[in-house]
Design a binder for this molecule. Sequence first.
Ligand SMILES: Cc1ncc(COP(=O)(O)O)c(C=O)c1O
Length: 452
Amino acid sequence: MTVLDEQTIAQLVEDDRAHLLHSQHYAPQHEQPLIFESGKGVWLTDVRGRSYIDGLSSLWNVAVGHGREELAEAAATQMRKVAFANGYNGFSNVPAIQLATKVVDLCYDNMEALFFTNSGGESNEGAFKMARFYWNLQGRHDKVKLISRPRSYHGSTLATASMTGLPPFWKYFGPLMPNISHTAPPSNPESADEPNTDGETAEWLEEAILREGPETVAAFIAEPVKGAGGIFTPSDDYFPHIREICDKYEVLLIVDEVITGFGRTGKWFALEHWGVQPDIVSIAKAITSAYIPMGAFIVSDKIAETMKNLPADAKFMHGYTNSAHPTAAAVGLRNLQIMEDEDLVGNADRMGQRLGEKLHAAFDGHPHVTNIRRLGLMAGISIVKDAGTGEAYDVAEGHGAKVMAHMRDEGSVIPRIINDELLMAPPLVVNAEEIDQIVGAAEAAVRAVTGD
Ligand SMILES: Cc1ncc(COP(=O)(O)O)c(C=O)c1O
């Protein structure tokens, strides 16, 4: 760890503000950026030497925790052999072949092959193109539309921002991509299904498919747990019913496991909770624990079969220079080995249960907290004006932001706040004491901000 002096920090802040455009850039909220310098386990340390629990795994990313020498070694070893080589058709490399085989093996039984990307957004965009490609090969040339959901987050490319069901991601970027639409509450809200924690049911999809015309719909995309939209968990009957609806109307089910893939929910892949198999799976983040960017979309045996027998005029003209990157793949392989050796999926399940129990003990019956939801190591609570009626605070009053600031400054925990939803998703290596610190910081912050 290197602690920097105040003059150096001031210069860094000035240069950052002058020259670095950040994700979700907004200068007024970047006057005093927290500049990280190092990390170990669930802890991140800033340039002043102050440490914080990384309560959202640095954007749901760093599954095995910070500062893993094994991953640095894996990257260095591969870089010394060959850091990068062309992976286009006709060329390959050893770690990429091994990682593809490993991931397909860990994923749902019906998964067969994958295409490597560099990010979650590229995975989702590729998954959508794959769905169109597949239907075109079946002679179903009208099946071009994609249906997505409100409160979903799928990325920031033009197509994935259009899939994303969060309007702030659309503002000033329009027009959005055509042929992408979102589910909405059905005209008859009397639904037989148990609703998800944000109120959505599978009927929303059925009505959207009928509205668009089933013969025009290529695919439906959904996160098993809506993440950046506020951690909203599904009811147990939601995904089984979604699978039935997709089968009924011949719509491919793309599951966006960019957050939930590789153990986050206490299973390797989240639809295992409900015994459902999708057609395409998007992954990124925890495949390398973000030590190097990497992602993929994985396709079922049915789609893989089509890809093995392409007609002469149907080359899959989709590609990225850095796809199947050898160094990223070597890091991915070592990362998955750590997850297996240390049973991090089991730890996510056990620590997730503790997180849930502690949250309920802290907030059940609290006058300003409602909708406590969790799956594995993903948990969210809603901070509201009146938990009895569910009446929300005016978001402009900034209760969520104040809770976040209190947790960071007084509790040494960095969670995520989306409006007044407080989100927690620590690295899968988190231990019981650290879970208790996260919940303790949340409890103290909510008390300080709401007065109760
Ligand atoms: C569910 C989900 N899909 C896709 C993405 C986009 O991933 P990336 O930022 O790597 O493009 C994210 C990012 O947080 C995500 O949470």
